[in-house]
Design a protein around this ligand. Structure first.
Ligand code: TXA
Ligand code: MG
Length: 315
């Protein structure tokens, strides 16, 4: 398959509306989109990524009004979260509308819905005739793609087009909150922090590892994720890791002696923005071990820790 590279949202949407599979930029990470009206295209997403069929896809909408097309009920908690955080890096799990194919939700009666804030994503979604099912645009198990080059590296020849945009501003996947249960449940940490969510839904609970791993809560979270080929070794602030040959490091600290590559981040935002692209750069340079400083669990630190723990296989 020939993969078209374009910077035109209109061209990308035309390919999508014709049943194509199209990667597009968002503020979190790049998505790999198919129209929910084209089941063959949805199948192609799973094939192109090598994604297990029991891992549901998030459905993306251009406007809050479109929610009525894809869910049957907006709970009061969901309404408050939508009011405060849509459009943005938040996915809400709600009861699905029969219009959403079961292939998208992997047979679940709930669906994850996201309305991105990224201008190019919104233009693309506005021009799409139906809502757009889209997982992250990477090969299954690899770090999410935060720039179009990473998408192209993983999926060239397997998808119809890449809508080229700038690197994703956040660099970590959206926060996921399940609102289909009586008490909102944080399934995946992201740029909308637990502290911000608690201001709107004070009774929100954090899914335990067991809850995350058990279907039907968030099936995808049971798979190994976000992992580069290199071995990940985590360390806490103040500890100086004993580095090995062919190693790299990322965190707030200065470069430990002996590393080939180092990324020093000034803020949590920068750490989140850089993490996946740094993993990919290390793989491209054949780095064997990456030492990663674990931030504290506050704010965006929760999401970064979550991705680091998964990448290190501590989940
Ligand atoms: O930021 C993001 O969320 C990006 C961009 C493209 O929007 N998308 C993304 O998709 O990260 P993906 O497929 O890589 O991760 C989606 C996660 C998976 O862990 C999946 O299991 C979970 O969302 N999920 C999807 N639908 C669900 C549902 N109905 N109930 C529970 N979890 C669900
Ligand atoms: Mg993913």
């Amino acid at each position: 398959m020939q993969t078209t590279l374009t910077t035109s949202a209109a061209e990308a949407a035309a390919i999508l509306n014709a049943g194509g599979v199209v990667a597009f930029p968002t503020e979190t990470v790049y998505g790999l989109g198919a129209s929910i009206c084209h089941t063959e295209a949805i199948k192609q997403i799973f094939r192109a990524k090598g994604r297990p069929g029991d891992n549901p896809l998030i459905v993306h909408i251009a406007t809050v009004e479109q929610l009525a097309d894809v869910v049957t009920e907006i709970t009061p908690d969901a309404a408050r979260l939508i009011e405060r955080f849509f459009p943005g890096p938040l996915t809400l799990v709600l009861r699905k509308h029969p219009r959403v194919p079961e292939m998208v939700t992997a047979g679940l009666q709930t669906v994850g819905i996201r309305c991105p804030s990224h201008a190019v994503a919104r233009e693309f979604l506005r021009l799409a005739k139906c809502a757009v099912a889209a997982p992250s645009a990477n090969l299954s198990g690899l770090p999410s793609a935060t720039n179009w080059e990473a998408v192209y590296h993983d999926l060239n020849g397997k998808i119809d087009a890449v809508l080229r945009g700038t690197p994703s501003a956040i660099g970590l996947e959206s926060t996921i909150v399940d609102c289909s249960c009586p008490t909102p449940l944080l399934l995946r940490a992201g740029a909308i922090t637990l502290e911000q969510l608690q201001e709107v839904v004070p009774n929100i609970t954090v899914a335990t590892k067991a809850e995350q791993a058990s279907a039907p809560k968030s099936p995808g979270l049971k798979y190994p994720h976000y992992a580069p080929k290199a071995t990940i070794i985590l360390y806490h602030a103040g500890e100086i890791p004993a580095t090995t040959a062919s190693s790299a490091s990322i965190g707030f600290a200065e470069a430990p002696t002996g590393v080939t590559l180092h990324k020093q981040c000034a803020t949590l935002d920068e750490y989140g923005h850089e993490l996946f692209s740094f993993f990919r750069r290390c793989d491209a340079e054949g780095i064997a071990t990456i030492f990663c400083e674990l931030p504290s669990n506050e704010g965006l630190g929760r999401a970064i820790r979550d991705r680091l723990m998964r990448a290190a296989g501590h989940d």
